[in-house]
Design a protein around this ligand. Structure first.
Ligand SMILES: Nc1ncnc2c1ncn2[C@@H]1O[C@H](COP(=O)(O)OP(=O)(O)OP(=O)(O)O)[C@@H](O)[C@H]1O
Ligand SMILES: [Mg+2]
Length: 248
């Protein structure tokens, strides 16, 4: 689904990504992990068109998207869920979610239908449509951000640190949201600092360091490399909790 080869990208005169290769299978959940500054967010920014690659190719679902502007990437079915605080606090859950669909200027009937579909995946949408986004917990807000991104029925969702700044209780909500994406057939590529959380959710994982991929495999394989986990990530940080394995 996502096929990246020999990707170089950077800022100003500085190369950050130095020959990144990445393959993501259709319908899978993939997690990129690695130390601060490894270039994880830069990979997502380059895919979503915010940053132009200097070399290499990005092919998504057969379309060569390397160097195309963000609007074109979005049109090709690839959305990035923005970092936290991306909602309008005074608008309702419903209005925040519907906003995600306006870009295609669909008829309001279509938007309503799509909202109804999403409410089946994300119960909060049906339970509290009129709640102001500002009144929600961190995890619930993240759910609304996910749903908004899904209004366009994307094929690929990019998530940059979906658990950043969330309390332990909210981790479960984010996990359920990622699983809902997966159940809907969406291909997920996420970056996660909470390595235990990310690896518990993902099918496959990629370890990056200093702008390169240093290891790739199933999430279970990466999890089972205690040496590597210690070198890169140390012991679990206080408040960091893995969540249970995906339920069947
Ligand atoms: N807009 C920018 N301009 C210049 N340098 C940048 C910019 N964004 C990131 N960098 C640099 O690029 C390198 C990689 O950054 P990136 O954000 O991709 O890392 P990361 O792996 O996502 O790290 P983190 O875990 O801290 O989020 C870092 O050294 C960072 O300082
Ligand atoms: Mg980052």
């Amino acid at each position: 689904m996502i096929h990246i080869e020999g990707l170089w990208a950077g800022y100003g005169g500085l190369d950050i990504l130095r020959g990144v290769d990445l393959r993501v299978e259709r319908g899978s959940v993939n997690c990129i992990v690695g130390p601060n500054g490894a270039g994880k967010s830069t990979v997502l920014k380059t895919i979503s068109g915010l940053l132009r690659p200097r070399r290499g190719s990005i092919v998504i679902d057969g379309a060569d998207l390397g160097g195309t502007p963000p609007a074109t990437v979005l049109h090709a079915g690839v959305v990035q869920v923005p970092q936290k605080n991306a909602l309008f606090a005074k608008l309702t859950v419903r209005d925040n979610v519907l906003m995600g669909g306006y870009i295609h200027r669909r008829r309001s009937k279509d938007l309503e239908r799509r909202y109804g579909q999403l409410a089946e995946q994300f119960p909060l949408l049906g339970e509290r449509p009129d709640a102001p986004a500002g009144s929600l917990s961190g995890g619930q807000r993240r759910t609304v951000e996910f749903a908004r991104a899904l209004m366009l029925e994307p094929k690929v969702v990019l998530l940059d640190e979906p658990t950043l700044g969330l309390d332990p209780l909210s981790l479960g909500i984010v996990r359920d949201s990622v699983l809902a994406l997966h159940a809907g057939g969406v291909t997920v590529l996420m970056v996660e600092q909470n390595v235990r959380f990310g690896l518990a959710l993902a099918d496959r994982a990629t370890v990056m360091s200093a702008g390169r991929v240093v290891l790739t495999g199933t999430a279970a394989e990466i999890r089972d490399k205690p040496d590597l986990m210690d070198v890169f990530f140390g012991a679990a940080r206080p408040g960091e909790r893995a969540v249970p394995e995906r339920t069947p």
